[in-house]
Design a binder for this molecule. Structure first.
Ligand code: AMP
Length: 115
């Protein structure tokens, strides 16, 4: 897989507002927030899209949700609620081909999410 901007955030070649880091995952604020709280949780392993998740990655993907919930609690948005979304490919609106969980919070969010 070719390098993405997220690989450079993982390697600290480019800066990000890092919210959480462990051996397997990294979370940082989205540079173009679409809600009062908007952060991304990514695996350190570069997986291009949801379609590329392998059986051995399933606990890693579950870990991303756990990380998301810890940060949501820290930010005080867990009780009110939030949206966790992972876009896939062109129709899903994916622009960075390194899977990432968007967490959007801080106000009631519209549904359905498409226009
Ligand atoms: P997606 O369109 O689902 O692939 O989401 C990519 C997200 O990455 C967008 O919400 C961007 O605002 C965000 N993004 C792109 N570059 C950066 C960056 N350098 N730091 C933080 N977020 C970024």
């Amino acid at each position: 897989m070719s390098d993405t901007i997220f690989s450079k955030i993982i390697s600290k070649e480019i800066p990000a507002e890092i919210l959480y880091e462990d051996e397997h995952a990294l979370a940082f604020s989205d540079i173009s927030p679409q809600a009062p709280v908007h952060f991304l949780v990514i695996p350190k392993k570069p997986i291009a899209t949801i379609n590329d998740i392998q059986p051995e990655d399933t606990s890693l993907v579950g870990h991303l949700y756990w990380v998301a919930a810890q940060i949501a609690k820290q930010k005080g948005v867990a009780e009110d609620g939030y949206r966790a979304v992972m876009n896939c490919n062109e129709y899903g609106g994916q622009t960075v081909y390194h899977i990432h969980l968007h967490i959007l919070a801080g106000k009631p969010l519209g549904w359905p999410p498409y226009q």
